[in-house]
Write a protein that binds this ligand. Structure first.
Ligand code: GAL
Length: 345
């Protein structure tokens, strides 16, 4: 390091230490939607299409590992379904939601078996994890697919430890149905649900899982029939259940929509787009993946979304924004930079 660079590095460090401010402005503990988000080692967080589990005071963020070259397989040309090799599922941990430690690969791909679901030439997307109190296992479900997305399956893996390694148990077509974009939701009563885009993405299914969360329990409902909703994110507040979802336009952004119900298997009422202000019709150029309940701040939820870059998928960014709930009305507004004090405004 030459002297000028060294001096500049030291003065930046002093600036942060003395003032609590990062050189670009804003506090170091801030969310900056759409910007590169470094982990605690300074590497961009690689956890796309992800979800967060809160367990014993720690948040665990699981997501798709996207690295390497972005290419467009011939079979996906008509819908610009670009791909990178599936890199498995990452896990990061945090206690403040801003600083994330890389816990490594929670579910590695299987590079030496082209017939395996986790072969890098296949699709491993939208992993979500819940904890099963009775089996004491962490259960991960994910979207498993062939390169051209024609297999449309859901895969499941388990671990005794939140950071893995997870052991892959195989994939199914849940309830005998196609399954692509998906999420998991665990209710206060311990029941867990697999929510997946089915019927060739035309209709969403909500399926009650077996008590061990490892398979569908046989009860499911069809919702938003023929409305082509995907990227579902589910949460519960004030005794009501909410689903935020996107339209189906591949990697391109579109308008979000939410719906509300009194029970997971009940009647869902579509309420419209929760996003406000400029670019609300494109979800601020992002797509829903999860809604995170902030521990210790009742009613504080974070809308988590992916800003996909279909030409360079590893450079896809994260858009996390505060979600406001008034009665059964949701609203999301853009912020360049924010922190958890936003929930006290
Ligand atoms: C989107 C989906 C993403 C990914 C992408 C592939 O519709 O939400 O998770 O599958 O298509 O083009």
């Amino acid at each position: 390091m030459n002297r000028a660079i060294w001096l500049s590095a030291v003065s930046s460090l002093l600036l942060i230490t003395c003032t609590g401010k990062a050189p670009g402005g804003g506090s170091p503990g801030a969310f900056r939607p759409g910007e590169i988000w470094p982990d605690t080692e300074g590497n961009p967080i690689n956890a796309h299409g992800g979800g967060v589990l809160y367990q014993d005071g720690v948040y665990y963020w699981y997501g798709e590992i996207k690295s390497g070259e972005t290419r467009l397989p011939v079979k996906n040309k008509t819908w610009t379904g670009t791909r990178v090799q599936a890199g498995g599922v990452s896990c990061y941990s945090s206690t403040d939601l801003v600083r994330w430690n890389n816990e490594g690969v929670a579910l590695p791909p299987v590079a030496d078996d082209p017939g395996h679901d986790l072969y890098p030439g296949n699709v491993i997307e939208r992993p979500k994890v819940v904890y099963n109190e009775s089996t004491r296992q962490y259960v991960m479900w994910m979207h498993i697919d062939s390169e051209d997305y024609s297999a449309a399956r859901a895969g499941v893996a388990v671990s005794d430890n939140p950071v893995g390694l997870f052991v892959y148990r195989g994939s199914i077509r849940p309830d005998g149905s196609m399954s692509r974009d998906m999420t998991l939701f665990k209710d206060d009563d311990g029941r867990a649900y697999l929510v997946y885009a089915s019927e060739n993405n035309a209709t969403l299914h909500i399926s009650l899982l077996s008590p061990d969360y490892l398979s569908p329990g046989g009860t499911f409902i069809r919702v938003f029939e023929k409305r082509s909703r995907e990227a579902p994110a589910v949460f519960k507040y004030g005794g009501r259940y909410f689903i935020v979802s996107s339209g189906c336009t591949g990697w391109d952004p579109n308008e979000a929509e939410y719906a509300v119900a009194d029970s997971m298997l009940g009647t869902w009422t579509v309420r419209g787009n929760p996003c406000q202000g400029p670019d609300r019709d494109k979800t601020y150029f992002s797509q829903s993946t999860f809604v995170l309940a902030v521990a210790d701040i009742p009613g504080a939820f974070i809308f988590m979304a992916d800003r996909w870059d279909k030409q360079n998928l590893p450079d896809s960014r994260y858009v996390w924004l505060p979600l406001r709930i008034q009665g059964d009305t949701l609203s999301i507004a853009w912020r360049d930079s924010w922190d958890l004090t936003a929930f006290k405004e």
